[in-house]
Ligand binder design. Structure first.
Ligand SMILES: [Zn+2]
Length: 89
């Protein structure tokens, strides 16, 4: 059983990631591998108003998060949090 196991932050969009893996695995031994993606929550606390929330890819413009309460923009460093957990084949 071929499998790729990844871990992503909530800020990392899963669909484009799956698509990219499919394309990249073409013509490699990992073609057709099962892709397992766990996610963890990336929380952000606004420095201006103190509002905190879990940030998802839908909340980001590039790396920027705009606080829905006060409009303060903040760069989210974990915006591309992604790690490879294991590859089996
Ligand atoms: Zn705020």
């Amino acid at each position: 059983m071929k499998a790729i196991h990844l871990r992503r932050g909530s800020t990392f969009a899963e669909d484009p990631l799956r698509l990219a893996l499919e394309v990249l695995a073409e013509n490699t031994p990992l073609k057709g591998a099962e892709v397992r993606i766990d996610s963890y929550s990336v929380e952000h606390k606004c420095a201006s108003c103190g509002r905190s929330q879990v940030v998802t890819s839908d909340d980001l413009v590039g790396h920027l998060f705009i606080c829905p309460a006060c409009g303060t923009a903040k760069e989210i460093e974990e915006a591309h949090g992604l790690e490879l957990v294991s590859v089996e084949y």
